[in-house]
Design a protein around this ligand. Structure first.
Ligand code: RM4
Ligand code: MN
Ligand code: MN
Length: 430
């Protein structure tokens, strides 16, 4: 039997912090009430908040220089599920994990579903991978996949995405996320227009295979690994493609996939307006697709994104139903700690955005009272909603302080014994 954090330990550790938590929660409740905010309403929403964990995130990541594996790394999808379940056990904010194929391929998906159910986690969007060749692959993706100049390679990439849908159907997923690495490194290498035609042709074949209640998420990325041009480079191209494909196609915003300094929250607002915001890959960055922990560099930006989301849900924007997922690479921390912290940071931005007085904000905007409008918005960001998040976890059976309990449990040590280091591991983004 593999090690799981005992519920009794969570109870004991929570008991040590319970009095301080009750005090902080009550003090915050009084403070918020003065501003006309009912803390219970915010706590209920925070408790219902869910964000998916990427299966590839629980392994140690790497850069193009090196990867430094940590102890007790998951050796395959069954181990990854355990780690994802532990993140959910303590944070109560990550009920589903998002698998990546072929990395997470197994022979028996019934076994996978049963294991996940026993661990108390489900499956979110499935992700296809045509950005690397699999061993023994007949044709190469070196010069592209869905937009490759040769039809045989495009067909192979289409077939892989269809297979992902079929696996996802078995797992109970309702969406396919497609990110392609296709692009060029040299001016003249490819025809910037023709590659988009080929992409759309391939994507429409995949789209035709989507079950009725599924969505497909198109993920754009400015650069990397292609450094001169990328086929789905930005939200404009992504939106054009989604609109060309049909109503089940949506745009996915990965926070790290934009030019430096770009106004991501405005992109989010535009996509909502077009009714095509499918969801997010949350992470943080300073330079590019750094895949750093969500909220570790620019929590204000994260808050501003959530401000747009709350604005949209407050006015019941048509077609607004985004899914949330983390997409990060953990090179120097324990991935479980990073993912727990990141899930909580996302939930924090959500709760902060809920606190903003939207009526007052609209009034200040109408009056062109710039300073007041800014201060109303900022009041949400500067509010310390930690007691709300802790209360939401506590009421859901989680940990007041997930990282402290994780450390007290020696989970990693136990896994290091159970999972002897493999010579080569497919974990992480290498
Ligand atoms: C990409 C992109 C995709 C992810 C891969 C591993 O940069 O963010 O979502 O699947 O990395
Ligand atoms: Mn991503
Ligand atoms: Mn990325």
């Amino acid at each position: 039997m593999s090690y799981r954090i005992p519920e009794a330990l969570i109870g004991e550790e929570n008991a040590k912090l319970a009095a301080a938590q009750a005090e902080d929660y009550s003090a915050l409740g009084h403070r918020l009430r003065r501003g006309g905010v009912d803390i219970e309403a915010i706590t209920a929403k925070a408790a219902a908040f869910a964000i998916a964990v990427p299966t590839w995130g629980v392994g140690t990541g790497g850069t193009r220089f090196a990867r430094f594996p940590g102890p007790g790394e998951p050796r395959g999808i069954f181990d990854k599920l355990e780690d994802c379940a532990t993140i959910h056990q303590l944070t109560r904010a990550t009920p589903a994990c998002s698998p990546h194929f072929p990395w997470d391929k197994v022979d028996d998906y019934r076994e996978l579903i049963e294991r996940a159910a026993a661990l108390g986690v489900g499956f979110d969007a499935v992700n296809s991978n045509t950005f690397q060749d699999q061993s023994g692959q007949r044709l190469s993706y070196k010069f592209g996949s869905l937009s490759h100049s040769q039809k045989a390679v495009r067909d192979l990439a289409v077939a892989h995405n269809v297979e992902c849908i079929e696996i996802g159907e078995k797992l109970g997923s309702k969406a396919l996320t497609v990110w392609i690495a296709d692009g060029s490194n040299f001016p003249g290498q490819s025809n910037l227009n023709r590659v988009l035609d080929w992409y759309l042709e391939s994507m429409s074949e995949i789209y035709a295979r989507l079950p009725d209640d599924w969505r497909v998420f198109l993920e754009h990325k400015l650069c990397e690994p292609a450094f001169y041009s990328t086929v789905i480079s930005d939200w404009g191209t992504s939106l054009m493609a989604a609109q060309a494909l049909g109503p089940k196609a949506y745009c996915l915003v990965d926070l790290g996939h934009h030019a430096p300094n770009v106004n991501i929250e405005q992109i989010v607002a535009r996509l909502i307006r077009a009714g095509r915001l499918g969801g997010f890959h949350f992470n943080d960055s300073k330079y590019g697709d750094d895949d750093l922990d969500t909220g570790s560099i620019d929590p204000f930006r994260l808050f501003r994104v959530f401000n747009e989301l709350i604005d949209a849900s407050a006015r019941n924007a048509a077609g607004f139903d985004p899914t949330y997922m983390l997409d990060q690479s953990h090179n120097v921390t324990d991935p479980i700690e990073s993912l727990m912290a990141s899930a909580m940071e996302t939930q924090r931005a959500y709760a902060q955005a809920l606190i903003v007085d939207r009526e007052a904000l609209a009034g200040a905007q109408t009056d062109n009272d710039v300073m007041l409008a800014h201060r109303i918005l900022k009041a949400g960001f500067v509010a310390d909603v930690s007691p709300i998040l802790a209360e939401a976890r506590l009421r859901n059976g989680g940990a007041i302080d997930p990282i402290a309990i994780y450390r007290a449990s020696n989970y990693r040590k136990a896994k290091a014994k159970e999972r002897p280091a493999a010579a080569s591991s497919s974990s992480g983004i290498v």
